[in-house]
Ligand binder design. Structure first.
Ligand code: NAP
Length: 488
C-alpha cells in the first residue's frame, strides 16, 4: 500500500461526534504492541478506518518508517499510557518480556491476536496465558483468524469474520465495535474458555473436507484397480498384449466419471435415508444416527468433489485425440479397411449413441457447474431459501438423472455383450449405476402422492401416535374441539 493510500480512509472519514452513522468505536485511540507484519497491517487498517493509532515498539526510531504517517510510533510504555485498548501483536513466547509494563497496563483491555504453530500446542490458550501474566487487565481473544494480508486488503477481500471471546462482556463489546468499524463481522464466541478453539481454527487444514476427500480417494482407488484389471491386466494375461500406455490417460479417464457419478449420488443418498427414517419413525424430532448426521453435513463437499472429477473427465476426454496412440490406432484401422477394401464404415447406431452420449454429458457438466457455483457462500447468500433448494435439490436431482442417461448411452448394449466380461467382471459402468439408480428409484417412490403427503406432514411437525387437538365444524356451523390421534 502506498503512502498516499495509507492516508486515504478505507471506509470514509469518520468523526465520533455529530455523525449519527459513525460507529461509536471509530475515532478513539488504539494501541498496538509490536511492529511486525501483523502490527503494521493492523495499524494501516485502523488508520484507514478512522482510528488514532499509537504503536509501542522496543525500537520506535527504526520501525517508524514502516508505519503510515498518521500512526504514532513510540516506546511500549509510552504507547500503553495513551490508550485503553491495546492489541498485543507479539508472539506468545515474548509475552513475559512485556511484564515490565504491568503497572501501566492496569485496567486496560488487551486484545490477544496470537496463533500457535500446532493444534493444542499449550495446555492453556495464549489468551489465558496473557491473562494470567496480567491479572489487572481484561483480555479479549480476537483477530487471530484474519491474516496480515486480509487486514491490509480491506473489506473487499478475504475472510470478513472476526471471532471474539472474553470473560468480560463490556470489553468484548468494545473490541466487537472496533472490528465492525474496521469492516469486519465480529462473531461472539462466548467466554475465554473458547480461546483455545479459536486459536486452533487457523491451524486446521480443510476440516470439513477430510471425510469427502478420503471417500473420493477410496472410490478412485477401487475403480482404478477395477479398470486396470479390465483394460491392462486382462489383455496382458489373455493375449500377451502390453497395454500399460493406457494407465496415465485411458484408465484414469474411465475412473474419473465413475467417481464423479457415484459421488453425485452420494450427495442425495443421505437425504433418501433420512426420509426413510422419518417415515419409519413417523416423526422428524428423532435424532438421526451420528454417521447420517455427518454424511448430511458433508454433502456440499462431496458434491464439489463430484464436480471436480467431472471437470477433469471432460478435460481428459477432450485430450484423447491428441495422443500418439490414438493417431496410430486411427491409421491402423484406416489401413486395415483399405486392405479389406471396405468403403463404408459409417455405423448409424454408433453415430447416434456418441452424439447423445456427448450432448447429455455436456448438459450434466453444465448442471454440476451451476450446483458448484451456487454452493459458494457469496452466491448462496444472494439466493432465497426457495431458489437455493430448487437449484441444489431439484436441479441436482435432474443432474443425477442426466448423468445416468450419460452413463447408459456410454454403456449402450455392452452389458449384454459377453466379450465385455473380462475375467467375468462386468463393465465398470454397470457397477456405477447401482447407487444412483437406487437413489432415483427412491426419489420416484417418495414422490408418489400417498408417501409424499405423509412425508410432508412429518416435516411440518406431525408425529405418529401423538394426540393432537382438532377443531371440527358442528352441524350448527359452530366449531367444536376434542382430542384425537393424528394417526387416524
Ligand atoms: P513479527 O513480524 O515477528 O512481529 C513480532 C513483533 O513482536 C516484533 O516486530 C517485535 O516488535 C515484537 N516484540 C515484542 N517483544 C519482543 C521480543 N521479546 N522478541 C521479539 N519480538 C518482540 O510477527 P507477526 O507476524 O507480526 O505476528 C505477531 C502476532 O500476531 C503473533 O502472535 C502472531 O501469531 C499473530 N498473528 C499474525 C498473523 C500474520 O498474518 N502475520 C495473523 C494472525 C495472527 P518490536 O521489535 O517493535 O518490539
Amino acid at each position: 500500500m502506498s503512502g498516499a493510500d495509507m492516508a486515504k480512509p478505507l471506509l470514509g472519514h469518520r468523526s465520533i461526534e455529530g455523525d449519527p452513522s459513525t460507529p461509536p468505536a471509530a475515532g478513539r485511540t488504539i494501541g498496538v504492541l509490536g511492529s511486525g507484519d501483523f502490527a503494521r497491517s493492523l495499524a494501516i487498517r485502523l488508520v484507514c478506518s478512522g482510528f488514532k493509532v499509537v504503536v509501542g515498539s522496543r525500537n520506535p526510531k527504526r520501525k517508524a518508517s514502516l508505519f503510515p504517517s498518521a500512526a504514532e510510533v513510540t516506546f511500549q510504555a509510552d504507547a500503553v499510557k495513551k490508550t485503553d485498548v491495546i492489541f498485543v501483536a507479539v508472539f506468545r513466547e515474548h509475552y513475559s518480556t512485556l511484564c515490565d509494563l504491568a503497572d501501566v497496563l492496569v485496567g486496560k483491555i488487551l486484545v490477544d491476536v496470537s496463533n500457535n504453530t500446532e493444534i493444542n500446542h499449550h495446555k492453556e490458550s495464549n489468551a489465558e496465558h496473557l491473562a494470567s501474566l496480567f491479572p489487572a487487565c481484561t483480555v479479549v481473544k480476537g483477530f487471530n483468524v484474519v491474516s496480515a494480508w486480509t487486514l491490509q486488503s480491506g473489506a473487499r477481500d478475504g475472510n470478513k469474520q472476526v471471532l471474539i471471546c472474553s470473560d468480560n462482556q463490556e470489553a468484548k463489546h468494545t473490541v466487537a465495535e472496533i472490528a465492525q468499524a474496521m469492516g469486519f463481522t465480529p462473531v461472539d464466541m462466548g467466554c475465554m474458555s473458547s480461546a483455545r478453539e479459536i486459536e486452533n481454527i487457523p491451524l486446521r487444514l480443510l476440516p470439513a473436507w477430510k471425510i469427502p476427500i478420503f471417500l473420493a480417494l477410496g472410490l478412485f482407488l477401487c475403480f482404478f484397480t477395477y479398470n486396470l484389471i479390465r483394460q491392462v491386466i486382462h489383455p496382458y494375461i489373455r493375449e500377451q498384449k502390453n497395454k500399460l500406455y493406457k494407465i496415465p490417460i485411458e484408465v484414469v479417464n474411465t475412473t474419473l466419471p465413475c467417481v464423479s457419478y457415484v459421488m453425485l449420488s452420494l450427495v442425495y443418498l443421505p437425504g433418501v435415508l433420512a426420509a426413510c427414517l422419518q417415515l419409519y419413525y413417523g416423526t422428524k424430532y428423532r435424532r438421526f444416527p451420528d454417521w447420517l448426521d455427518q454424511w448430511l453435513q458433508h454433502r456440499k463437499q462431496i458434491g464439489l468433489l463430484s464436480f471436480f472429477c467431472a471437470a477433469l473427465h471432460a478435460v481428459y476426454s477432450l485430450c484423447l485425440p491428441m495422443r500418439r496412440s490414438h493417431r496410430y490406432q486411427l491409421i491402423e484401422t484406416a489401413v486395415k479397411q483399405a486392405v479389406e477394401k471396405k468403403m463404408n464404415i459409417w455405423v448409424e447406431e454408433e453415430v447416434w449413441r456418441m452424439e447423445i452420449y456427448i450432448s447429455v454429458g455436456i448438459i450434466a457438466l453444465g448442471l454440476l457447474s451451476l450446483l458448484a457455483i451456487t454452493s459458494l457462500p457469496s452466491i448462496a447468500n444472494s439466493l432465497n431459501w426457495r431458489e437455493f433448494s430448487f437449484i441444489q435439490s431439484t436441479l441436482g436431482f435432474i443432474a443425477l438423472v442426466i448423468s445416468t442417461l450419460h452413463t447408459l448411452t456410454y454403456g449402450w448394449s455392452r452389458a449384454f455383450d459377453e466379450n465385455q466380461y473380462k475375467f467375468y467382471l462386468p463393465p465398470t459402468y454397470t457397477l456405477t449405476l447401482l447407487v444412483p439408480c437406487t437413489v432415483i428409484l427412491a426419489k420416484i417412490i417418495f414422490n408418489l402422492p400417498c408417501i409424499q403427503q405423509r412425508l410432508l406432514r412429518i416435516r411440518r411437525g406431525w408425529e405418529k401416535g401423538r394426540y393432537v387437538k382438532f377443531v371440527l365444524p358442528s352441524a350448527t356451523g359452530e366449531y367444536s374441539s376434542g382430542e384425537t390421534s393424528s394417526n387416524v
